[in-house]
Write a protein that binds this ligand. Structure first.
Ligand SMILES: [Zn+2]
Ligand SMILES: [Zn+2]
Length: 393
């Protein structure tokens, strides 16, 4: 009998080609639930078997505290997928959030991972009641409370807020959930501290995040910290976008929504709320540096993408433009897989570095020390400066 390994064993190029030739319309959706799950290892294998048979791709975490899934399902199998989920009492009637901007290419493979928690939050669970969450608001109610002057807080990381957010929202500078929540508590405490010691009116707090799941923890944490008037956007920005469309409301969220799949972001409105980190012109084109050893997330306009060959800096471009064998030798021993998403959070420092590197290039230097033999071989391919010509920067 053939043993099924219950995991993907194919490389990304094979997977990409397979998805491209599949020609099947897909729907990208996400769902989560905090629910007590027993024997998550066995459950994980059972789900993998069922979902693989339905052609489901995507990333799912199962943990003793629940399930958190972002998947793409062949649209023809949506009903069967719903039936399979509902067959388990723990997962019955989980609300789905369907991506609004979707080319069906959001995920390449199916990965279901057993985790300690479904969101890496860094919080100590025993310390507070995770079920004491804020009130869930639909889009229209969220709008009304915004108009009444409630304090809107983005519960996502710094790089997620960059390219889109609610008007006037507080945007954390931290790059982890735990950092963001600590920052928010600090901000709220400073805000409510009255220099004369008078009791100040507690603000009405509105939280939002990508799909709603982080607000479950964040609202419970804020209530634990003593803030009682806490509400959260039901279903997050993903479902907000759907409600806005369905009800014909004017979006108070401007720009794009950062998502955790191959698309990186989906557009909610045409507003461009960010600027290119390399040249400063308005842009919300978020991308990874193409040099595999860097892979940093940045906002990069089309012109800079062309100028820097989709890299974050001249030094990454220099690596990227070496002949394949030189690149391979150089990358040896360097990590090329980013295990965590890192984003540039100081564009001014990036621009200063770029300027310095451009200066060195203009003076005829190379930015990295290339092995001599390999360089000679590489010279057949003229350097980017010569290839581009002097008037083309
Ligand atoms: Zn630019
Ligand atoms: Zn780079």
């Amino acid at each position: 009998m053939e043993v099924h390994r219950l995991r993907n064993l194919l490389g990304p190029d094979v997977l990409r080609a397979r998805l491209e030739h599949e020609g099947v319309p897909r729907t990208t959706l996400s769902f989560y639930r905090y629910v007590r799950l027993l024997d998550v290892g066995a459950l994980r294998h059972a789900l993998y078997r069922e979902w693989e048979a339905l052609g489901v791709l995507g990333r799912t975490y199962v943990a003793p505290e629940g399930i958190n899934a972002q998947v793409s399902v062949p649209t023809a199998n949506l009903d069967a997928f719903r039936t399979a989920l509902d067959a388990r009492a723990e997962f019955k009637d989980m609300p789905w959030k369907i991506a609004v901007e979707d080319d069906g290419r959001s995920f390449l493979k199916l990965a279901i991972t057993v985790k300690r928690k479904i969101v890496a939050d860094g919080l100590v669970d025993d310390a507070f009641d995770v079920t004491n969450v804020g009130e869930h608001l639909d889009a229209a109610t969220f709008h009304r409370k915004m108009e009444e002057g409630a304090l809107v807080i983005d519960m996502r990381n710094n790089y997620e807020c960059l390219i889109g957010h609610f008007e006037g929202a507080y945007l954390p500078k931290a790059d982890t959930f735990r950092g963001a929540i600590e920052e928010v508590v600090g901000m709220l405490e400073r805000r409510s501290a009255d220099p004369l010691g008078r009791p100040s009116a507690e603000p009405e707090i509105l939280l939002y995040c990508t799909g709603g799941i982080r607000c479950e923890k964040a609202s419970a944490w804020l209530k634990h910290e003593g803030f009682s008037r806490v509400s959260q956007l039901h279903g997050g920005i993903i479902d907000y976008a759907r409600q806005i469309k369905a009800e014909g409301l004017q979006s108070k969220y401007k720009g794009r929504n950062f998502v955790f799949d191959e698309r990186l972001a989906e557009r909610i409105t045409d507003d461009v709320v960010s600027t290119c980190m390399q040249c400063g012109t308005p842009s919300d084109r978020i991308t990874n540096c193409r040099e595999a050893t860097c892979n940093v997330l940045l906002v990069q306009c089309e012109a800079c993408a062309a100028k820097y060959d989709h890299c974050c800096s001249p030094s990454c471009r220099e690596v990227h433009q070496q002949p394949m064998e030189v690149r391979r030798a150089w990358r040896k021993g360097r990590s090329t897989r980013s295990t965590r998403t890192k984003a540039i959070n100081d564009p001014a420092a990036l621009r200063a570095r770029i300027a310095k590197e451009e200066e060195r290039l203009a003076a005829g230097h190379e930015l990295r020390a290339w092995p001599r033999a390999e360089r000679r071989r590489g010279q057949a391919r003229s350097s980017w400066l010569e290839a581009r010509g002097p008037n083309n920067n």
